[in-house]
Design a protein. Structure first.
Length: 244
């Protein structure tokens, strides 16, 4: 029997704040959800450990979602780290390049992630690819733009002769709105106290810090507190708290 359109999804899941919000979004929206992560030699490899923790905590705290959450896939993309001279794959300081892009930009990363995700989705009969890219609170990465996502959706659909949908629920919202969305999704999950449960899960278990720091606990979670990812997460959390 043919699967109904847009009932299954594959979430690009790093174990960070944004991808966890996207996973909650997918679990609330789709009947069957699988996850995919990538090991590309990132400095913050602790995210690969935390993504397993987040998945386990989600299953435990949200029974309805647990029933929809399927297989997790982790792909080895060491080649990406080998061809990238960036502060995410090398022990160098964070800075802006002459191109106007930060040296945290890994050229081709999201394009490769989406291509491999689509190949897996093809095999697993998953129609929607959910990713946490965003134009509102981002570092200027060209592979996070809405135009890029639309182009990739077209190219992947044509190239694999399968109509994929790339769903970007965070594209037009900032980090404060992502925190609000997280609370709302948890509330709508049906779990008792779900809004606060999901916020607490994100605060305690997700990882965002580019340096992989998990010994310093802040109001917004673990991290060095100074790298660009920590600064963005901290600012969004404070704006969210101030608006409550």
């Amino acid at each position: 029997m043919q699967t109904p359109p847009h009932s299954t999804a594959l979430v690009l899941f790093s174990g960070g704040q944004d991808s966890t919000a996207c996973l909650a979004y997918a679990l609330q929206k789709f009947a069957r959800v699988e996850t995919i992560g990538f090991d590309y030699g990132q400095r913050h490899r602790v995210e690969l450990t935390q993504r397993v923790v987040v998945l386990a905590e989600l299953r435990k705290a949200f029974p309805t979602w647990a029933a929809r959450l399927g297989e997790d896939h982790l792909l080895d993309l060491a080649v990406l780290g080998k061809v990238s001279e960036t502060s995410l794959t090398r022990d160098v300081a964070f800075q802006m390049e002459q191109s106007g892009l930060p040296n945290t930009f890994v050229p081709g990363r999201n394009l490769l992630f989406l291509t491999l995700a689509a190949a897996l989705a093809y095999r697993r009969d998953l129609q929607v690819i959910v990713t946490g890219v965003c134009e509102t609170d981002f570092s200027g990465y060209p592979d996070c733009r809405d135009d890029t996502m639309k182009a990739m959706q077209l190219a992947l659909s044509l190239g694999m002769d399968k109509r994929f949908l790339i769903d970007t629920p965070l594209m037009w919202i900032d980090k404060a709105a992502t925190w609000r969305m997280t609370h709302s999704l948890g509330t709508d999950s049906g779990a008792a106290g779900g809004g606060q449960k999901l916020l607490d899960l994100v605060l305690e278990h997700t990882h965002t810090c580019y340096l992989g720091e998990r010994t310093q606990r802040h109001a917004w979670g673990y991290g060095c507190g100074t790298c660009p990812a920590c600064a963005l997460r901290a600012r969004g959390w404070q704006q969210y708290i101030d608006a409550i």
